[in-house]
Design a binder for this molecule. Sequence first.
Ligand SMILES: Cc1cc2nc3c(=O)[nH]c(=O)nc-3n(C[C@H](O)[C@H](O)[C@H](O)COP(=O)(O)O)c2cc1C
Length: 217
Amino acid sequence: MTEPHSSPKPFDHLFVSQLNELFRWRRDVRRFQTRPIDESLLTELIYSCLNAPSVGNSQPWRFVVVKDQRARHAVCKNFEKSNDLAALANADDSKEHYKKLKLAGLKEAPVHLAVYCDKNPVEGKGLGRQSMPETLEYSVVLAIGQLWYSALAHGIGLGWVSILDPDEINATLDTPDNWRLIAYLCMGYPEEQHSDPELVRENWQGPTDYDTKLFYR
Ligand SMILES: Cc1cc2nc3c(=O)[nH]c(=O)nc-3n(C[C@H](O)[C@H](O)[C@H](O)COP(=O)(O)O)c2cc1C
């Protein structure tokens, strides 16, 4: 058992302003250098999000580092197929624009990381998730957020790829039936740094109107 602290660890102004900078510069990265990530750093980053909040302390996250070249290749093909299908779903006037967007860096990224949710974890004994079972998946997403920021603190970018057929990913990675795919992530050192989203820079959408996101009642 750890000793309780009488006061929270002080976080000074410098830390707070640096934390805000970290938030400002977090991007979904699709353009990676091929330079590898040190194995021990990758493990450290994954371990750094194992203390994320989770419903009933269920810790339902399961991380799969995809090292096998055939599996990586299958995931790239999966993306290409899913992306071609997704392109068709766009209105006629945005189809060509969609096809020009770079929506994954799967080929270049040195690390592929699949993140799963164990749908029935032993930890927590079901506490907190009886009426809202989806909170297990929310918990995994929180861990991914934590990973995203801690990676950036080490200069490493993360790109979330959801344009994939999840059943095919499960088959490629031979994962247990009671795991649900939450995210397929690319990780690596970014080729470039930006403080605005690529979809805004590419004119897919305009800048965020912050007034439309906050409400009071
Ligand atoms: C659940 C989730 C799935 C995403 N899937 C994709 C994807 O398949 N391809 C892609 O290019 N970006 C994907 N993104 C990244 C978003 O497009 C990106 O976060 C958004 O455009 C804002 O850009 P920013 O993260 O750089 O601020 C995903 C993000 C989230 C949270």
